[in-house]
Design a protein around this ligand. Structure first.
Ligand code: SME
Length: 165
């Protein structure tokens, strides 16, 4: 599936009333299954205490369930507020190894304006695995998910907003 097709699939899931968790699961699965070089695909959600927490993922289990902002490739992407494509992880000084088989890594932020909600993290067993087309697919899905996170935040905010006398 292309990124556009994955977003179409997520549209249908959302219209069927699926909760955010099911949408995140589907996004990870579709990306993972559509790209043969994606050997680990997951979402880390950013919490207000500046900690990334592992959400849904496919691939080998990782010890890095929590990652501080500024730590590793994932935490650096948040600290520097940018997507990071690492063609060779051995060249990154603060890289956190998920698996010794990982050779390259891609982190794309799920963000809307200044607000970072989460990130899509992908590892590959091949060096330089992430070409423009695969990065574009991950970016499209991240942008789709950002809109969904924003909608959920707004809904949660309106439920907890204090009522005025
Ligand atoms: N390699 C990441 C850690 C997460 S695992 O790859 C799943 C990093 O350096 O932040």
């Amino acid at each position: 599936m292309t990124g556009e097709q994955i977003c179409g699939d997520l549209d249908r899931l959302k219209e069927a009333g699926a909760p955010l968790e099911a949408i995140l699961d589907r996004a990870v699965r579709r990306l993972h299954e559509s790209h043969p070089k994606f050997h680990w695909t997951g979402i880390y959600e950013l919490f207000p205490d500046d900690l990334l927490r592992l959400g849904p993922f496919l691939g080998a289990p990782t010890d890095h369930v929590f990652i501080g902002v500024g730590q590793g490739v994932c935490g650096t992407a948040v600290a520097e507020r940018r997507n990071i494509n690492v063609p060779d992880v051995t060249k990154v000084a603060n890289y956190l190894a998920c698996s010794t088989a990982t050779k390259s890594e891609l982190v794309v932020l799920i963000r809307q304006g200044d607000t970072i909600f989460a990130q899509i993290d992908v590892d590959s067993h091949e060096c330089n695995a992430f070409d423009d087309a695969s990065v574009h697919d991950v970016e499209l899905v991240a942008a789709w998910l950002a809109t969904e996170y924003a909608r959920h935040r707004a809904a949660a905010g309106s439920r907890t907003a204090p009522t005025r006398a």
